[in-house]
Write a protein that binds this ligand. Structure first.
Ligand code: NAP
Length: 243
């Protein structure tokens, strides 16, 4: 199962899992986009809004009915909204990020856990970020959610200890996806500026790390993978060329 599989890292992960021989089930809100990815990933596209408890329950029920089991859950759906300081940020931006990145991830995990427990060995992969342990100006809302994802990953590892379920958190730096376009609400210039003068990671670079963790032998739990572009030393120390 891959949430947020209609674009970026989720879509690349779905394609990679299909190449590894997994039967993929993809969830996101934009069903047309999701169906395109599902066709490439030999998978099933199911509409999913992780902020809607009913939608999550329906998704889990559909998975149970079709397969009765979930071997791997990739909690990838997520977003950042805006880059304004705490003093100028509306509640609505914080609430939207918390709803998707934290509550959505928790909800999907809770709903699919009974099916993950039916797998001979299960695996939950959470998309964190370097924003889960670093901060930057204008990032309070988003970094708070990714710090929370880190807490959830570590909590799950304790709660599920003794069961054959692995928890991996993958923490990327800058990845060139639709992420910045969403953050800047469709402003293409602002989104392009984020990646100007450097070679960012691609969605495939991150999917590659997810694939590595998933394909280790069942007793090997890759706890965390941090991956950044070589030009990015931390959230705000980024080397850019002039051209
Ligand atoms: P992206 O291209 O914008 O993809 C985000 C995905 O999340 C989309 O498929 C979107 O699908 C889905 N999504 C958003 N809200 C949703 C909701 N309410 N219910 C279900 N799906 C929802 O961005 P990305 O870079 O691939 O981001 C994937 C993950 O990586 C996120 O968790 C992000 O925080 C993390 N990350 C990204 C970067 C980066 O620089 N790009 C760095 C570190 C971590 P729909 O709109 O169709 O629902």
């Amino acid at each position: 199962m891959v949430t947020g599989a209609s674009s970026g890292i989720g879509a690349a992960t779905a394609r990679l899992l299909a190449r590894e021989g997994f039967q993929t089930v993809l969830g996101a809100r934009r069903l047309d986009r999701l169906q395109q990815v599902a066709a490439e990933a030999n998978g099933v596209a199911l509409e999913l809004d992780v902020t809607d408890a009913g939608s999550v329950e329906q998704f889990a029920a559909a998975v149970e009915e079709r397969y009765g089991v979930c071997d791997v859950l990739v909690n990838n759906a997520g977003l950042a909204l805006g880059l304004s300081p705490v003093a100028d940020t509306p509640d609505s931006d914080w609430a939207a990020m918390l709803e998707v990145n934290v509550l959505g991830l928790l909800r999907v995990t809770r709903s699919l856990l009974p099916l993950i427990r039916k797998a001979s060995h299960g695996h939950i992969v959470n998309l964190g970020s370097i924003a889960g342990f670093e901060v930057y100006r204008g990032g309070a809302g988003y970094t708070a959610t990714k710090h929370a994802v880190r807490a959830v990953s570590r909590t799950l590892r304790v709660e599920l200890n003794g069961e054959p379920i692995r928890i991996t958190e993958v923490d990327p730096g800058m990845v060139d996806t639709e992420f910045s376009l969403v953050r800047f609400r469709g402003d293409e210039q602002a989104a392009a500026n984020v990646y100007k003068g450097l070679k960012p990671l691609t969605a495939e670079d991150v999917a590659d790390c997810i694939g590595f963790a998933i394909t280790r032998p069942p007793h090997v739990d890759i706890d965390e993978i941090v991956i950044r572009p070589v030009a990015q030393a931390n959230s705000f120390t980024v080397h850019r060329t002039q051209d």
